[in-house]
Design a binder for this molecule. Structure first.
Ligand SMILES: [Zn+2]
Length: 300
């Protein structure tokens, strides 16, 4: 993101005020608002319900959903929730030293998802407690959802010339949270990046979320330079890599995503840059702990 330190602080406070509570609020009301990149199956899995029940609860005749659509969530613990037979949930018994963050990271899911599934209000867990955990998405499948969604759109192959990597400069957040923060900063197209890669707090560790600018093939808003925004795909990893390190799954997902984009989707996007590599951008983004040199060795 192209912001000064003061803006970071402002953005951080906006995000904490506006976004962090969203997932649990959504569940408490029994309504979920569809985000870019969501599939019915994914939403059902995250909320511990069956896809069929979710469809029935919303009288959907097909699997087609649209961004912004409000879905009624079938209640948890309802007879229709078939936890035992569900291949996508498994019990986990809390051990000494566990935190929600660590459990989420180990299982490739998010703190928000675990809290929702288990109706936890706070972050306190106790040794011996049994939590329902969404089954881990294998690292090899990190791209699956993005491939599926991208197959539905017409990619402007000739438009995209380069890929720029960012960190979000804040530990929290996901595509929906940054999208509303960017809209509040008067970015009409919302989320400034095309893709967000989660860190296991507000979205899965290594989960790739697609922003509306990718599904609509719109210019980015992720650098200061307008001409670069016109032709550069923006990929943002959640985290402040001046302080923390990207997780292994985040980097796996990033490499899978960039390999695939350059190999199959937009072969013209041959240039690769960290945000701070670009001339005139006064920023440390994507942070000193992002392995930018290694990525340049891979992508030039
Ligand atoms: Zn940046």
């Amino acid at each position: 993101m192209n912001t000064s330190r003061r803006d970071f602080a402002k953005q951080a406070s906006l995000l904490t005020l506006g976004g962090i509570l969203c997932p649990s609020l959504a569940r408490a009301n029994g309504v979920y608002t569809v985000r870019a990149g969501d599939t019915l199956e994914q939403i059902a899995r995250r909320h511990g319900v069956r896809t069929a029940d979710l469809k029935q609860a919303n009288r959907l005749e097909s699997d087609l959903i649209r961004v912004g659509q409000k879905l009624t969530l079938p209640p948890l613990g309802n007879a229709s929730v078939d936890r035992a037979a569900s291949p996508t949930l498994r019990p986990y018994i809390v051990k000494r030293g566990d935190t929600l963050g660590r459990i989420a990271r180990t299982h490739g899911t998010s703190v928000a998802a675990i809290k929702q599934l288990n109706n936890l209000r706070g972050d306190v867990i106790r040794i011996g407690q049994t939590l329902q955990i969404p089954a881990s998405v294998s690292s090899g499948d990190l791209l699956a959802g993005v491939r599926r969604e991208t197959a539905r759109i017409r990619v402007r192959r000739d438009n995209w010339k380069r890929i720029v990597v960012h960190h979000s400069a804040i530990k929290y957040g996901n595509a929906a949270i940054y999208d509303s923060a960017h809209r509040r900063r008067n970015m009409q197209n919302g989320l400034a990046y095309h893709f967000i890669i989660g860190n296991g707090i507000d979205s899965g560790d290594g989960e790739i979320e697609i922003g509306p600018r990718w599904t609509k093939q719109l210019l980015g808003g992720h650098v200061k330079s307008y001409p670069i925004n016109l032709t550069a795909i923006g990929i943002c990893l959640v985290g402040n890599f001046e302080v923390d390190h990207p997780s292994k799954r985040q980097l796996d997902a990033f490499v899978q995503l960039v390999d695939w984009l350059r190999g199959e989707v937009i072969p013209g996007a041959r240039q690769f840059a960290g945000h701070r590599d670009l001339r005139g951008e006064q920023t440390v983004c994507p942070g000193k702990n992002f392995p930018l040199a290694a990525m340049h060795a891979r992508y030039g």
